[in-house]
Ligand binder design. Sequence first.
Ligand code: PLP
Length: 370
Amino acid sequence: MSSPRIEVDLRKIRHNTQTAVDGLQACGIGVTGVTKAVCGHPTIAQAMLDGGVLGLADARINNIERLRKAGITRPITLIRTPMLSQADAVVQFCEASYNTQMVVIRALAAAASRTGKVHGVILMVEMGDLREGIMPQDLGEIARQVGTMPGVTLKGVGANFACLSGVAPDAAMMAAFSALVNDVEQQNDQHIQTVSGGNSANLPWALGGHDTGRTNDLRLGEAILLGVDPVSGCQIDGMYRDAFTLIAEIIETDKKPPLPHVSCTEPALASLRLVPKAADTPRVILAIGQQDTDISGLSMAPDHWMIGATSDHLIIGTKRSKPRIGSEIKFQMNYSALMHAMAAPDVETYLLQNRASPKAQGSNRDRALA
Ligand SMILES: *Cc1c(COP(=O)(O)O)cnc(C)c1O
């Protein structure tokens, strides 16, 4: 097996998905599986589908194209407002997309009309995150316009929380969102099918016994991939945190004195201490670096600790007595580390516990272990 590599336990992803799906089913909410952190990896997407998500979503059209090329035929939604320059591809590969801009919706409608399709539009409304979204007072008029435009159909309304602001949605915000959906329906006399209340940050609200109102969909990535609540960083009950493991190889095991041997005339260099003060700190260098992942998002066994990293080297301290050159060290990743590592060309993905799935195949960088 090559390194650095990510080992993906698909059974844990299926389990986490099923746990979210079962919990949310009780409040009438379906789950859309978000694949952007794994770059639209088709086998991981299939594990989400096997776990019971109703459809998939991704922020990038390239990832969605990858899913389609792998043979996934279930509904896939683009959750980032489409680029105007990609309207044709969005209509080609997606059933629906999240939108905030009339100029883009018109381009989607034109692209769909040219190919005899009808593209679903989900209008994203700003509910306090201050990232993307139509201001609530403008939603009704835009919904009306979309409702009369050939080539597109008003499929739903969505909100997004805790991405830019980090503020988790509470019962009052979610009640306001439901009320807004009801208003838009009444104003325009049109039924809104998909009411997508948010992302993984909505789980504590949805599972907390509140009235979930009109929300009938959540778009979940981090919760099912990493088993954590993105706002608190806490493990979600009954979910695995370790579906993904990053593995890197030891390339040097020398002890180093506390300061560099070179005489430092530069004051900034002289004060730079790469290693703790204790002399002869046992340390290892691993063949992985900033280019491969977000190093600050890695965690490791308690007998190792982080010393520093550069583009291609990761230096850790260790209490283990005889680390060997060529042996490997394992890390758990947070969302940022996962997303960078999945996109890094030198990090291979190895799939464990795959279920025979004739349709979804990984890329040729993948190796199936089981
Ligand atoms: C990334 C994203 C999600 C998924 O977020 P998670 O925190 O990974 O669940 C949902 N909706 C939108 C619009 C997103 O950009």
